[in-house]
Design a protein around this ligand. Structure first.
Ligand code: LLP
Length: 417
């Protein structure tokens, strides 16, 4: 559930009319709802309250430091995949001992940074990485806390681009080989085995793939325990889906209920890494209609948000609801809602039924709070959008709209030119 609703025919973000925000801050504009973010985050905390747990928000979904701070303040942690995300997490006030770090390509610089900051654990994705972390930790005279990310070879039944837990994917260590890797890890002097990690994909709309994957992981945990390798942290990854259109994904409590029988009485601290299910429906992208263009066979609604702002429709053919900011009694039309970018793939929606609109009016692209701004770019030299956080009647800029100057930041013209 989220707090973007119509009141008196006007879309509101909590108690603030979205039109007012668009007029104040300009468009395209990402608007997030504090109450929705907190509600979704607390739903996880409550769902896993029978276990010692840390909800490590997957920062790749939305890495704004104000949003990270909200979760940090409420006892959450962060799941990061780069040195940049560690930096952002720390700047957002996240205690380093609640940061878990995954990713197949950690560099020496990133590993050093994570070790220096004393993160909770590295989720290690290969033998080579394990050996590299051991080497660097040795140089720094530290012990690196490590979990192995195992790949359980379970089909999450989601979009192929966001499925990660099959054998053919680059992620994790094949589960049948993981035991050997744990034995190796236990022997390395500068490694401390603390956990196990798995993540099978994103936008998963059933509990069963999570259960299947966890059963496989638990069999390994038991085998390890029999051999004296004690696991403290069990990181079950993220991946719960959200409703973009008509999906009916399980809620965090459904997930916890499905997993509880496998998890109970084991003395494990459970880590979850939700991203989309926390921020996805807590954010919208507000855009202004620029032109209506009709060709012989098609109608185009040209808006000021493009694939550089929200790439999901172009990239995954993803569906996002598009709602008028002011409800109207006008007739319904079928149109492609497209952006200003010079690519045919630049669209927010294709052949979509929408209420007729006029230039200058605002539309809201829904479910844009996850993998929206965080995947945005400066393509076509478009300054990235501003981000706003609304809490009740209050609203605050949490990221300024970029300027033309920002576009050139870091560019250097060589002397020979
Ligand atoms: N943990 C790990 C190790 C991950 O790789 C991911 C997402 C998550 C947690 C969070 O998953 P979530 O709860 O958000 O499903 N850009 C795509 C999604 C890519 C997901 C990548 N990994 C999209 O826009 O649909």
């Amino acid at each position: 559930m989220h707090f973007f609703r119509y009141k008196n025919g006007e879309l509101h973000a909590e108690d603030v009319p979205v039109r007012e925000l668009a007029e104040t801050y300009g468009t395209p504009l990402f608007v997030y709802s504090h109450a929705t973010l907190l509600r979704h985050f607390m739903a996880y905390k409550k769902a896993f309250s029978d276990f010692p747990h840390i909800i490590c928000f997957a920062m790749k979904a939305n890495s704004n430091s104000a949003i990270v701070r909200l979760f940090a303040k409420n006892g959450g942690g962060a799941d990061v995949v780069s040195g940049g995300e560690i930096y952002r997490a720390l700047r957002g006030g996240m205690p380093s001992n609640r940061i878990v770090y995954a990713g197949v390509g950690k560099t020496e610089k990133e590993i050093r940074f994570a070790l220096k900051e004393k993160i909770l654990m590295f989720n290690v994705e290969s033998e080579e990485e394990l050996v590299e972390i051991d080497r660097i930790a040795g140089l720094m005279e530290l012990k690196a806390p490590v979990a192995l990310r195992v790949n359980p070879d379970v089909d999450p039944r989601t979009h192929p681009y966001i499925s990660t837990g099959l054998e053919k994917h680059k992620f994790g260590i094949p589960i049948e080989e993981a035991f050997e890797y744990y034995k190796l890890a236990a022997k390395l002097h500068n490694i401390k085995v603390v956990g196990i990690h798995k993540h099978i994909g994103s936008q998963i709309t059933q509990v069963s793939p999570f259960v299947d994957a966890l059963k496989k992981v638990m069999a390994l945990v038991d085998k390890l325990s029999r051999c004296g390798v004690k696991i403290k942290y069990l990181d079950i990854g993220g991946g719960l889906g959200i409703t973009y259109k008509d999906e009916e994904p399980p809620m965090p409590h459904d997930l916890a209920r499905g997993l509880a029988p496998i998890l109970k009485n084991r003395g494990l601290t459970i880590i979850t890494e939700p991203g989309r299910s926390i921020t996805g429906n807590a954010g919208i992208l507000v855009t202004k209609v620029l032109y209506l263009k009709n060709t012989k066979n098609k109608r185009f609604l040209i808006v000021d948000a493009g694939m550089n702002d929200l790439v999901r429709p172009s990239f995954y053919d993803a569906y996002h609801h598009i709602l008028p900011v002011i409800k109207s009694m006008r007739k319904t039309i079928i149109a492609d809602v497209v952006g200003p970018i010079c690519e045919s793939g630049d669209f927010m929606a294709k052949d979509r039924e929408v209420k007729a609109v006029k230039p200058g009016e605002f539309l809201s692209v829904m479910s844009a709070g996850a993998y929206g701004f965080s995947m945005s770019s400066n393509y076509n030299s478009r300054p990235r959008a501003a981000e706003i956080l609304v809490k009740g009647k209050e609203h605050s800029l949490i990221r300024k709209r970029e300027t033309y100057n920002d576009l050139l930041r870091g560019e250097v013209i060589p002397r020979f030119l």
